[in-house]
Write a protein that binds this ligand. Structure first.
Ligand code: FAD
Ligand code: SIN
Length: 531
């Protein structure tokens, strides 16, 4: 069966929702989400959203810090565009009902409490206590649910894009996207869903690593779907590891926000000694790549399982007032932020690379947009600066929305698409193989493609991704697909793209550090893979 909508948005995070709200007065929008709509990284964001708002700060300074954190690979045009739009993005959120934490310090000026995070040369991060993402997501979801032109469908998994391969049929012309095949997870039924424009807002891929701060759904589906459809993918070697996730077997790498360090928390060794000043003069507030590598170095040097984050020298009321959710969560695991150090380790956190887009989120395929963490827009370069991600989701959500509005009637509504073909497949009795492969992939990505890399380890990882991709393809061709198999196929594709990109970069830059090439090229370029 072919279902039709005007605009299909795949993903209900900050990116997808801000686009939907931008266009909904004009178009019928269908938002699908593979989990419940409240899941995804957006709702988990802690630290906040960066924007130059106060007197004493400036757009130029925010641009400069972003370029510096990006280690020579940001696209300056994208950086300027996004940062200049920062104040407008904040106004958009306030109009949606987000109530940022207020501040009364004279230096805050903006009326908001502004916190600081790594790489920022001053306080410029707006937040809602320590659960900014939840507040942002709830406000956007509430308004999307209320809008008569927005239909939200949960537990609907996009399997693959539907494309009209112009370039294959006539050797020229741009391929067109006409929608996606979508599985209703409960029944396993797959339908074609056609649309005038399709938007990938599927988030990142950090679940490809064994330890991650991300939710279970961060399986890189949008990157893998776009790649299979023929889009270029860039800078996949730059996977960001957040320096401070709670070290506890049951905490699932719960994040301890960088804002804790912004408010004075120290990183320490088991004997209480601070170490960050030995690695960077900005100490705990150096960009994340520097801090994560320093922790990794100290852990290996001393044979430690973890290091510690300590803010207990600050007033308990201040700590509990500013970080109520983190305080509560740590308490549940038996740690008290107000009285002592908390064990922390780095974990995979953010996918800086992704589907190549222009400044309006357009991809290589006509009528296909990619926005938010799934995209590589040029904002982050070789390392994303803290709290620039939600900003990018909003700015690109609005920019892609405006592009769709401007194209208006030019966008044709496709007719029916070929139905999903499962005539040659049977049910699998080998689900255990899928779960083994999931685990194997995530473990070797962690061991061989982590914070510090070598050619040998990358080549080992490459042999394993090749083998896994072969096995998965066989499964895919012979058996009825399940959500687990589809996510595994996407994760393996993303793992392969990360390894191939890492092998192509013959230098150490930003988040990619290899002992085989510790130096830097004089004229670095993006790693762009073409299908
Ligand atoms: P997400 O919010 O991840 O949403 C993805 C959506 O796509 C979900 O609805 C998911 O169900 C859906 N989806 C995925 N695949 C499919 C499919 N195949 N079919 C259908 N639906 C699909 N950034 C900041 O700027 N500031 C912060 O303070 C901050 N803190 C963070 C804290 C944590 C713990 C984490 C994990 C991230 C944090 N980040 C922060 C990063 C930021 O939250 C994310 O980059 C951003 O929210 C991504 O938004 P998104 O809309 O692109 O994707
Ligand atoms: C954090 O609060 O440390 C996360 C911020 C981010 O990822 O931008």
């Amino acid at each position: 069966m072919t279902l039709q909508t005007e605009i299909l948005v795949i993903g209900s995070g900050a990116a997808g929702l801000s686009l939907a709200l931008t266009i909904a007065d004009r178009f019928q929008v269908k938002i699908i989400s593979k989990e419940n709509a409240a899941a995804g990284s957006t709702a988990m964001a802690q630290g906040g959203i960066a924007a130059a708002l106060r007197a004493g700060d400036s757009v130029e300074s925010h641009i400069q810090d972003t370029l510096e954190a990006g280690a020579g690979l940001c696209n300056p045009k994208t950086v300027s565009r996004v940062i200049e739009k920062g104040p407008a993005a904040i106004d958009f959120l306030i109009a949606q009902g987000v109530k940022f934490t207020g501040g009364s310090e004279p230096e805050e000026g903006s009326g908001f409490h502004l916190t600081r995070e790594g790489g920022h040369s001053r306080r410029r991060v707006l937040h809602v206590d320590d659960a900014t993402g939840r507040a942002v997501h709830q406000a956007l979801l509430h308004n999307a649910h209320k809008h008569p032109n927005i239909v939200m469908t949960e537990n609907a998994l996009a399997v693959d894009l539907i494309t009209n391969r112009q370039s294959v049929s006539n050797g020229k012309g741009k391929d067109q996207c006409e929608g996606a095949y979508v599985m209703e997870i409960e029944s396993g039924k797959i339908d074609a869903m056609t649309a005038k424009a399709t938007v990938l807002a599927t988030g990142g891929a950090s679940k490809v690593y064994l330890y991650t701060s991300n939710p279970d759904g961060s399986t890189g589906d949008g990157i893998a779907m776009a790649w299979r459809a023929g889009c270029r993918v860039a800078n996949m070697e730059f996977n960001q590891f957040h320096p401070t996730c709670l070290y506890h077997p049951e905490a699932k790498s719960f994040l301890l926000s960088e804002a804790l360090r912004g408010e004075g928390a120290h990183l320490t060794l088991p004997n209480g000694e601070r170490f960050m000043h030995k690695f960077d003069e900005r100490a705990e507030l150096a960009p994340r790549d520097v801090v994560a590598r320093a922790i990794d170095h100290e852990m290996k040097r001393l044979g430690l399982d973890n290091v510690y984050l300590d803010i207990s020298h600050r007033d308990p009321d201040f700590i509990i007032g500013h970080f109520p959710n983190i305080y509560r969560r740590c308490k549940e695991f038996g740690f008290d932020l107000t009285t002592g150090p908390i064990p922390v380790v780095p974990a995979a956190h953010y996918t800086c690379g992704g589907v190549v887009t222009d400044l309006t989120g357009k991809t290589d395929i006509d009528r296909l947009y990619a926005i938010g963490e799934v995209a590589c827009t040029g904002l982050h370069g070789a390392n994303r600066m803290a709290s620039n991600s939600l900003l990018e989701c909003l700015v690109f959500g609005m920019a892609a929305g405006e592009d769709i509005l401007a194209r208006g009637n030019e966008l044709p509504l496709p007719g029916s698409a070929a139905p999903w073909d499962e005539s040659r497949v049977t049910d699998s009795d080998e689900e255990i193989v899928v779960s083994h492969n999931w685990h194997e992939l995530r473990r070797f990505m962690w061991n061989y493609v982590g914070i510090v890399r070598t050619n040998k380890r990358l080549e080992r990882a490459k042999r394993r991704t090749d083998m896994l991709l072969g096995e998965i393809q066989e499964f895919y061709g012979n058996f009825r697909v399940t959500p687990d198999l589809l996510e595994l196929r996407n994760l393996a594709t993303v793992g392969d793209l990360i390894v191939r990109s890492a092998l192509e970069r013959r230098e150490s830059r930003g988040l990619h550090y290899t002992t085989d090439y510790p130096g830097q090229e004089a004229n670095p370029t993006d790693t762009i893979l073409t299908p």
